[in-house]
Design a protein around this ligand. Sequence first.
Ligand SMILES: Nc1ncnc2c1ncn2[C@@H]1O[C@H](COP(=O)(O)OP(=O)(O)OP(=O)(O)O)[C@@H](O)[C@H]1O
Ligand SMILES: [Mg+2]
Length: 252
Amino acid sequence: MRKGNLKKAEKNDMNIVIDAFHTLGNEIKSLKEQLVIKERLAALGEVSAGIAHEFRNPMAVIAGHVRLLLKNLDQGDSRREIVHGILSEIEEMNRIMEEFLKFSRAEPIDKVDIDITKTIKAVISEMGDEGERIEFPFNDAIMAKGDEILLRQVIKNLIRNALDAGDRVWIDIENGLSLNKEGVFISVRDNGKGIPEEDLKKVFMPFYTTKERGMGIGLALVQKIIIGHGGNVGVESKNGKGSIFKLFLPVV
Ligand SMILES: Nc1ncnc2c1ncn2[C@@H]1O[C@H](COP(=O)(O)OP(=O)(O)OP(=O)(O)O)[C@@H](O)[C@H]1O
Ligand SMILES: [Mg+2]
């Protein structure tokens, strides 16, 4: 039957059904994407945890030997400086291993009622002077369900990246619907150099970085945490104008 032959009420009913199918289709697509990401992260997590584990013991043994060496060198010995250098590199490697493990651990998500406004304000105030480059003109409570510690990590990573890219950051929050689910939208925008279109897909990949001292874990962690909360995260960027990272966090 052609839609043109239908009465107005029937047309309305049909549109409702079509809309419902549309939403369902989008929901299935989004769940499928989330599943692929979760599986990929789980596989990578296992490999990272394995590598980190294998490295831990030999590193501890090396550190032990080096400390012994240091003990046997006289205070005035010029070689002490070299040995101190080796020790601080070992510490740096341990720090990287800890980051790997943090990323690979399947941390349980402890969802409670939280006020997103407060969470964001707490992260900004932790940033000290740098916080002055961030605009967040909100005071009213916006409630969501989430793990306070993990969500702080999310906000912190997005702000850190935005401050690395530009000199000003704008944070916005509002209640809304995504695929018929109620929740909170959070966006973090900067006036940085932007991300070239061909790199947009890569930024959430674990260990993708363009920074000299970056590890490429920040955004992978953000994605892992947000998907773990049943939400989603995306990015839009204009070369030379800045980027905006948008999160959706369902309330239930
Ligand atoms: N706001 C931004 N503007 C421009 N590029 C960005 C922005 N956020 C992320 N990127 C790009 O995405 C890459 C990956 O970001 P991600 O936070 O995962 O790792 P990182 O910042 O390089 O290192 P770290 O593990 O310390 O966070 C960055 O190296 C950068 O190239
Ligand atoms: Mg980062």
